[in-house]
Design a binder for this molecule. Structure first.
Ligand code: ADP
Ligand code: MG
Length: 525
């Protein structure tokens, strides 16, 4: 007989096993880690001079050549706010449905680094220029998403601030050099709420922001020049639980980098958490070559920025009510009137008005050079916008690809494209000829060349003259009595063969729809 004690032991072991098993089960079912992404983006404003000084604001100038005494923090120099910067920041804020604040203030944010001569950066910490906005965009990665979907992210605030200089590390001589050309350059920082789910959504947001600031001419949007820099905050949590600890990936310099860095970071955190580990709140950087995020050494210690009000700048006031500008106060309603059509409105317009497919609309608008061509060609609405969109997206892109050219390098002018499109749409040429001439214009660029002349010189015009078509059809009928007989005996398939012979005889330069009808008609006789 088994003793009670032994039985209890078995029972306990069994319970323990069961408990473990249950724990295991529940943790497995709860391992649905959801990722959350929130962005902070710096965009350099497109102005001639810097935020608080008259020094030139350019990219790629001679080292330390665009530096005023103020930018170098020489004692006794004072900041003077550049009105143009405020205007561009306000336009950006309005385009993102932000509330522009009637009064905003400037603060000093302290840290010590060689590229910051004053020992502090002037920013807007307590009362930013604008707050509570939203950006709406389409997420569509061909090959990943079957269909585009709409997404939006709330904007917490937009603030004006100075850029820092640039440290250049000379590994060979083991020394650091500083270029202050960028010191004091005007930036806006846009802080987004953690509303995104993955890297592709973040990349789509960044792309949309680039398009918006480009349309506003507020920023060049050239990420490869550092004109727009992205910090991505990433965390994981379980559904229904509070947001998890986040890491921040600093200074991502391309749209593709945004997608890859975030994907990497999500995977890294997921593996860590599934292994029972914890994510530590830290700053990381994206290694675009190795394709990994790594902790940033100089950001390991938590900084105390010792924020304090900037004593040398009065509060910034804007006029929210009237369309009246004054020397010191800009009118927000006046600026509102200068905002052009924004990318999402362009897409909506061509989808609703012209029935362009959403996928095509997205790709067209997302490639500004292509969009400009589209606008130019469809200004005259007799040119069917849907057909034009397809010609650009399919045929022009194919020709450019073949010649290893970016859309921005496309040598075909709008005038040439209009003329060539007209030839096609009025059936003076066929699609083959359209492509051939397009290729010719890309391979041998000459903005003066007329596509119509090229077509004439090469004898590529389509035969549309009724008499000539009748004559060509009659020739085919006379030369192929056997086929004609078979057709008349009811072998309908033979018609295709006859049409093929006609195409061959005319080297395809005949209006096939017209010719096919004529041939049928003549065969009835
Ligand atoms: P802090 O006050 O520490 O600067 P914020 O609330 O201002 O933090 O957020 C800074 C950025 O981090 C914002 O872009 C925000 O969207 C993002 N963020 C905040 N919490 C999370 C989180 N748990 N996961 C992902 N991103 C987050
Ligand atoms: Mg913050």
């Amino acid at each position: 007989m088994l003793s009670r004690r032994f039985l209890r032991q078995i029972q306990t072991k069994h319970d323990a096993k069961l408990l473990n098993y249950k724990r295991y089960r529940s943790s497995a079912s709860r391992t649905e880690w959801k990722s959350v992404v929130g962005l902070e983006i710096h965009a350099q404003l497109n102005t001639e001079s810097k935020l608080f000084s008259g020094a030139q604001n350019i990219f790629g100038g001679v080292v330390n050549n665009c530096v005023s005494l103020f930018d170098a923090a020489i004692p006794g120099t004072l900041p003077v706010l550049n009105r143009k910067c405020v205007e561009l920041a306000v336009k950006t804020a309005l385009s993102l449905s932000c509330k522009v604040n009637e009064v905003s203030t400037f603060d000093r944010k302290h840290y010590f680094y060689a590229d910051l001569p004053a020992g502090y950066q002037i920013t807007q910490q307590r009362a930013p220029l604008a707050s509570d906005g939203v950006i709406s965009f389409q997420v569509y990665t061909p090959g990943v998403h079957k269909k585009p979907y709409h997404k939006s992210s709330r904007i917490k605030q937009i603030q004006l601030e100075q850029d820092s200089g640039k440290s250049l590390h000379d590994a060979e001589l083991k020394r650091s050099l500083v270029d202050l050309n960028r010191a004091g350059a005007p930036l806006i920082e846009l802080v987004f709420e953690p509303d995104l789910e993955d890297g592709m959504e973040a990349a789509a947001l960044v792309k949309e922001l680039v398009l918006i600031v480009q349309r506003l001419r507020a920023c060049s949007g050239r990420m490869e020049q550092g004109a727009l820099r992205v910090d991505a905050n990433v965390s994981l949590h379980r559904t229904g639980e509070p947001l998890g600890t986040r890491t921040e990936i600093k200074n991502i310099g391309s749209v593709r980098g945004v997608a890859s860095a975030i994907r990497y970071e999500i995977d890294r955190q997921r593996a860590l958490l599934q292994d029972g580990g914890v994510v530590s709140q830290e700053t990381r950087s994206w290694d675009a070559v190795e394709k990994v995020t790594v902790p940033m050494r100089d950001k390991e210690v938590v900084q105390d920025y010792r924020f304090m009000p900037e004593p040398n700048l009065p509060p910034l006031r804007v006029n929210l009510k009237t369309k009246e500008d004054s020397k010191d106060v800009i009118s927000v309603p006046l600026l509102q009137d200068t905002i052009p059509e924004l990318p999402e409105d362009s897409r909506k317009r061509i989808i609703e008005k012209y029935r362009v497919r959403p996928e095509i609309a997205i790709q067209l608008v997302n490639e500004p050079a292509l969009w400009d061509l589209f606008q130019g060609v469809t200004q005259d609405e007799t040119r069917d916008p849907t057909k034009v969109a397809n010609l650009l997206m399919n045929d022009l892109l194919t020709v450019l690809n073949k010649n290893k050219l970016e859309v921005t390098e496309c040598p075909v002018t709008t005038t040439q494209l209009c003329e060539l499109t007209d030839l096609l749409l009025t059936k003076k040429i066929n699609l083959e000829t359209f492509k051939q001439i397009l290729n010719e214009l890309v391979e041998n660029p000459d903005s003066e060349r007329s596509p119509a002349r090229l077509v004439a010189d090469k004898g590529l015009s389509l035969v549309t003259d009724d008499d000539e078509i009748t004559q060509r059809c009659n020739e085919v009928i006379e030369e192929n009595p056997k086929l004609v007989q078979q057709y008349k005996n009811g072998k309908v398939k033979v018609f295709k063969a006859l049409l093929g012979i006609l195409t061959k005889n005319t080297q395809g330069k005949i209006d096939m729809a017209q010719a096919s009808e004529k041939l049928k008609e003549l065969l009835k006789k």
